[in-house]
Design a protein around this ligand. Structure first.
Ligand code: 8YV
Length: 323
């Protein structure tokens, strides 16, 4: 008998066909997230779940007595309660590697966009405000040759550092749980303690995965250490930053601008202060969102799912932080 799987988001046809060769599929086809009670019902007889951000907690696991694996179509797995999964012998998998360059590209887009005010000035042209002699009021901040500080030097951090060093001649330092001598050698980046990095950088890019240690890692005190001319980029998880402190730092001019792809609550509330702030570039969590990369992530998630359900060790079993 083939194992049963539930897929809670849309997948490319060929990925679904691949899963169907090995498993009996049930799936959610709505545009919104599946209601939690309905997901519980679906999981009652399911061996595998393919998801992305759905919280995999003790309550859900209780409702899924036959579950063997949760395959997430994401590199981050902060939505997994790993202790609860382990206690029930349920495997968790993620989709690393295939998204590194795509997410790194967006980090650079946020840096350039915030520094050169791309979205703000696009609105300015389109609403007919552009006049001859606008001059200094359109000025921005240089990215090339500036100092970049990367918080979280994993694979994506390295891809950002490579672009910054060799594409934009930036001086790059990083802060990480452990030092990365190979990256230092290969990319010419320098390790720095967090406070030193914050004080010295023109751009601070947050790339650390969300864990108990990185929860609200950057708050009021940290923004106060940064230069008033500095730009803060977040492309990891909203919860790595105290969002209220970020709003206040931007309003008070403690830092100059921010480029954000992630937020404490997603989608962001329609009355959020960021939406009224010209110095904040707001993107809707699209770090890995290109057609090619999302297809690659979907196929990798499918391979992890199928291998876990056919007696193999999935290639991307999560047992340690690996963003
Ligand atoms: C995911 C992400 O693609 O991979 C991650 O950790 O943050 C996103 O890029 C998203 O959760 C949808 O799968």
């Amino acid at each position: 008998m083939k194992p049963t799987v539930f897929i809670d988001r849309k997948l490319p046809r060929e990925v679904e066909d691949y899963i169907a060769e090995h498993c009996i599929i049930d799936k959610w086809e709505g545009n919104e997230s599946i209601p939690r009670q309905l997901l519980f019902e679906k999981l009652a007889n399911t061996n595998g779940l393919l998801t992305a951000g759905t919280a995999i907690d003790a309550e859900l696991l209780e409702r899924a007595p036959h579950l063997k694996v949760v395959s997430s179509m994401s590199v981050g797995y902060n939505h997994f309660d790993l202790a609860a999964m382990k206690a029930k012998g349920i495997m968790g998998t993620n989709t690393p590697h295939v998204l590194n360059d795509t997410v790194a590209d967006l980090a650079l887009a946020l840096m350039l966009g915030a520094a050169r005010r791309v979205a703000e000035l696009d609105r300015y042209v389109k609403d007919g405000s552009w006049k001859k002699g606008d001059g200094t009021k359109l000025f921005g901040i240089d990215v090339h040759h500036a100092k970049l500080g990367i918080i979280g030097m994993g694979r994506i951090g390295e891809a950002v550092a490579r672009r910054a060093r060799f594409g934009f001649d930036m001086e790059v330092s990083y802060y990480n749980r452990s030092r990365k001598p190979e990256a230092e050698e290969k990319l010419g980046v320098r390790y720095s303690e967090l406070n030193e990095l914050l004080a010295a950088s023109d751009f601070v890019v947050m790339l650390a995965p969300l864990t108990a240690e990185t929860n609200k890692l950057i708050g009021k005190k940290e923004f106060e250490m940064m230069k008033p001319s500095s730009i803060f980029i977040n492309i990891s998880r909203g919860q790595t930053v105290d969002e209220q402190a970020l709003v206040e730092a931007l309003q008070a001019g403690t830092i100059a601008a921010a480029g954000l792809d992630v937020y404490e609550k997603e989608p962001i509330e329609t009355n959020h202060p960021f939406l009224q702030m010209a110095n904040v570039l707001t993107l809707p969590h699209i770090g890995s969102a290109t057609t090619q990369t999302r297809n690659d992530m979907a196929m990798l998630a499918a391979q992890n799912l199928v291998s876990a359900l056919t007696g193999q060790t999935p290639p991307n079993l999560v047992d340690e932080l690996s963003v």
